[in-house]
Every structure is written in C-alpha cells, then in structure tokens.
Design a protein around this ligand. Structure first.
Ligand code: HEM
Length: 469
C-alpha cells in the first residue's frame, strides 16, 4: 500500500543529521525544509522505523484531524504509558478513547470554569505577594509552581494540609526529573539494554501514586461528592455512556482487589483509572500552561506598545485584547511543536496524497508562520486577532479533531487570570532584553533561559470583575 504513492521529499542529509538538527535547532530545521522542499516534507529520525511526513497547509491539517479513525502517532504509548498508565485518555484509541472524552470534557467547559476563577486568583495572588522586589528570577519556574498548584487544587481537589504538601513536593521533583533531557537520554539507553526506563524514578512514582489513591479514597468518603467543583469529583460521579462497560478488558475488571479500590458501578471510572486520568491531566496540563505563560511574558515585556495597550484595556475591565494577546502568543510560540497521527485511510487534498499507514504530523509552528495566512508572520501583533478569530485549521496550538486538547478552554482561562493579576499588580521587566531562544523540555518548546524577570514595584491585590468563562 505504502509503495502506491511516493511520500513527499526529505532533506538530502542522512537520518543522523536530521535527528541532530531536529534536536538542536528544531525551528531552523523546519523552516529550512519548508523553504527547500515545500509545505509538506518527510523526515527520518533515528529510532523510528518509518519516515514521518510533516504537513503545514491548513487543507492537509484539516484532512489529518477530521479523519476520526486515524490512530495514535508512533511512540506515544511507548513513551508515556509507564507514567500515565494504560487507561490514560491520551493513550486509548477508538471507542474507548471517545467514551473517556465524552466523560472528561464537560468539567473543562462553559460555566463550570467560573468555579475555578477564585482558586486560580488566590494561587497567583499568593505567588505575586511572595516575589521579592528588585531581585531577578526565572518566571517560567514560578509559572510551573502556579500551574502545579492549580492542578492540585482545581483538578485534583486536594484541600490544604499534609497531603497537598506531600504531593506538591513529590510531584515537583518527579516532574523536574521526568522532563529533563538527561533523563530522556537515559531512558533511551535503558530501553536499548532491555531495562526499565523509569527504574530510578519508580520509588518516587509509587509515593505519588499512594498519595493520589489516598485522595481518591477520601473523595469517595465525602458526603458532598456530588456537589463538589473539583474535576476529580466530577469524574467520579460521571458515568460512561451505555455499552462501554461490556468492552472493558478483563484486567481492568480485576482491579478491585487492590485495597481501598471500590467500583460503585461498571459505568464509572474505577480508582486505578481515576489515577491514570489524574496523572494525564497533570502531565498534559501543567508544563504546557506554564510554558505558554512564560512565552507570553517574554513577548509582552519586549513589546512595550502592546504591553501598554493590554494594561490600559485591563484597567478598563476589558478582555478582548487579553484574549487576542494569548491567541497571538500561542500562534508565535506554540508550546507543542507537532501533534501527529498514523493514517487509517489515504489522506488526499488538492496538493497532496499520502497512503494509509503513513505517520503524519501537523507542523504547528510552520502553519502558524505561513506568510500566506499571517502577514508579517514573525511579528507579535495581538491586533490581528481583535477583528477575527483564527481559522480552525490555521491556528492549531491545541491540535485538532477528536484528540484536540481537552484542557484548551481551561488553559486559556487560567492564562487570562494569571496575566491579568500579574500585569495589573506588578511593574516588571525582562532581566535580559533580548528574545528568548527556544529550548526543549520533554515534548515542549520552552524559553531556554526560563525568562528571567525583575519585579520593580507591586500594588496590593484588589477586587476584580469576574472573567467571561
Ligand atoms: C497552553 C496549554 C496547553 C497546550 C498548548 C496544550 C496542547 C495540547 C496538544 C497539542 C494536544 C494534542 C492534541 C492532538 O493530538 O491533536 C493536547 C492534548 C491533551 N491535553 Fe492539552 N494543552 C494545554 C493545556 C492542557 C490542560 C490545562 C489540560 C488539562 C488540565 C490538558 C489536557 C490534555 C489532554 C487530556 C489531552 C489528550 C486529549 C486526547 O487525546 O483526546 N491540556 N494538548
């Protein structure tokens, strides 16, 4: 089948060179291939059996994301299952995946979001109060602390106390370790030698699991479970649609033997699955949102005109410019560079034909910097999104189709609260006025130096109007 249609050309250099170029300077690598080959090209990375096709034309992106039967990209399960667990929504496919999406989407949408505004406001308020005036610090690390706290309190629903303190410390250490480049390399070597790639973090992961299971058990005992606002409570009380329980594999049905696990009904997530989804929401939602915030500060603090306009609009209680700023920041600095699929069917557009079985990914940053879609694509201009919302398949920081980010609305809402609080309360400047270079953490593209800033002055917190959910 694959021989039927030739894949788009690939760079003339060998796979080792391509792998190193992608690792060292991914944006330059993609831009050069676009220039020399076109909007669709193939790449060959060491360790992958097949080439991967990168597409950036919105018609190809649309075709890729709207075919529901397309499968997971290569390597996703292999890389993530040891931490996320086998029932993670990020790793299931077909009807099992769709059933989880249906169950997990409602808490991240609409009016439900309002209930998170107070907790996010409280967390960023305390963070701002702790900043030392005149002292340089990397704002990326502080945003990681904020987004971790938001997940622990708004998503996991952990109340103040020993468990929150324990989870905060253990998760922070675990996330630093799992995300480091050194760890990624060690994991590759361990796998090649047939060893457990996570052997050195197993004990820490087990400690985190123990705390998560304790929180799930405590939630189950709460008489107010049905009225609680946290996402864990909503996942526990929601049920799968009819028919799913019959398809559940038998090893899941056997999980009840673990002490403390209770499955009230086959139509609800059991404790083991709840743990997998919590870990997934943490891993998918913490670093990404922190990084998007750090990039937004890097951009705003280097663009005084846009920063001034944003501040004025916030003082006037308006939100349109804030939303446009976030949209523009995610366009210019998409945190996740690629979100791919394995084709279940041939992909056909006016300009492209790819055979079923091909690994294809949207090259998000290339789509976002196409001058035919965005004039002056490298300029930071929130105004471009004031008049019109972006086209669905030309603005894809959250991927698309049936695997589009479940937390997109939540992330955007959280970013609005954090940016508004920081910008209305603090005068801050970048410690180094030059633009941040792109580095990597895990699968994210993040500001390499962590965006060091200096807070020059700070106003006390004040009442603010609620944001639109
Ligand atoms: C700015 C912040 C964020 C960015 C840029 C981002 C980006 C993405 C991307 C690119 C995908 C893959 C989509 C695809 O394959 O088409 C994804 C999936 C996902 N994200 Fe996010 N994300 C962010 C925040 C969050 C948050 C806050 C949560 C939850 C708390 C979250 C939960 C998820 C989940 C569960 C998936 C898997 C969806 C599925 O496979 O059905 N994300 N995200």
């Amino acid at each position: 089948m694959i021989e039927r249609m030739p894949l788009p050309p690939e760079p003339s250099r060998c796979p080792l060179w391509q792998t190193l170029a992608w690792g060292a300077r991914p944006l330059a690598f993609m831009a050069r291939n676009r220039e020399e080959i076109g909007s669709a090209f193939s790449v060959r990375f060491l360790g992958f059996e097949r080439p991967m096709v990168l597409v950036s034309d919105p018609a190809a992106v649309k075709a890729l994301y709207t075919e529901r039967r397309n499968g997971l990209p290569p390597g996703r399960r292999f890389a993530l299952e040891p931490v996320l667990g086998e029932r993670s929504v990020l790793l299931l496919e077909g009807e099992e995946h769709m059933a989880r999406r249906r169950l997990m989407l409602p808490p991240f949408h609409g009016e439900r979001m309002r209930s998170y505004e107070a907790v996010v406001g409280e967390i960023i308020g305390a963070e701002i109060d702790a900043w030392q005036l005149g002292r340089e610090f990397p704002i990326h690390a502080r945003m990681q602390a904020v987004t971790l706290e938001v997940i622990l309190r708004a998503v996991f629903g952990v109340g103040q106390g020993e468990r929150l303190d324990g989870l905060r410390v253990r998760l922070r250490d675990l996330l630093v370790d799992i995300g480091s480049t050194r760890r990624q390399l060690l994991a590759v070597v361990a796998r090649r030698r047939g060893r457990d790639p996570l052997e050195d973090v197993r004990a820490r992961l087990a400690e985190v699991d123990e705390l998560l299971f304790a929180e799930i058990a405590e939630h189950r005992r709460r008489p107010d479970l049905g009225e609680r606002d946290d996402i864990l409570a909503m996942l526990m009380t929601a049920s799968f649609e009819d028919g799913l329980s019959a398809e559940r594999p038998s090893e899941i049905a056997g999980d009840d033997e673990r002490e403390g696990a209770k499955r009230e009904s086959d139509d609800r997530m059991d404790d083991k699955e709840l743990r997998d989804q919590l870990m997934t929401l943490l891993m998918a939602g913490h670093e990404t949102t922190a990084t998007a915030l750090a990039w937004t500060f890097d951009l705003l603090l280097r663009h005084p005109v846009e920063l001034g306009r944003l501040r004025m609009s916030l003082e006037a209680g308006e939100e349109a410019y804030l939303k446009a700023t976030i949209t523009e920041s995610l366009r210019l600095r998409p945190v996740i560079p690629i979100a791919g699929r394995r084709l279940a069917e041939d992909l056909v557009t006016e300009d492209l034909e790819l055979p079923a079985g091909t690994d294809v990914t949207a090259a998000i940053w290339l789509t976002h910097t196409d001058p035919a879609i965005y004039p002056e694509p490298f300029a930071f201009r929130p105004e471009r999104f004031l008049e019109a919302a972006p086209e669905t398949y030309a603005w894809i920081p959250f991927g698309g189709g049936v695997r589009r980010c479940l937390g997109a609305a939540f992330a955007e809402f959280e970013m609005r609260i954090v940016l508004r609080e920081v910008l209305t309360r603090c005068e801050l400047r970048k410690a180094d006025p030059s633009p941040e270079k792109t580095g990597r953490r895990n699968i994210t593209f993040s500001p390499r130096a962590g965006t060091p800033v200096v807070v020059e002055s700070r106003r006390p917190a004040r009442e603010s109007t609620p944001l639109a959910a």
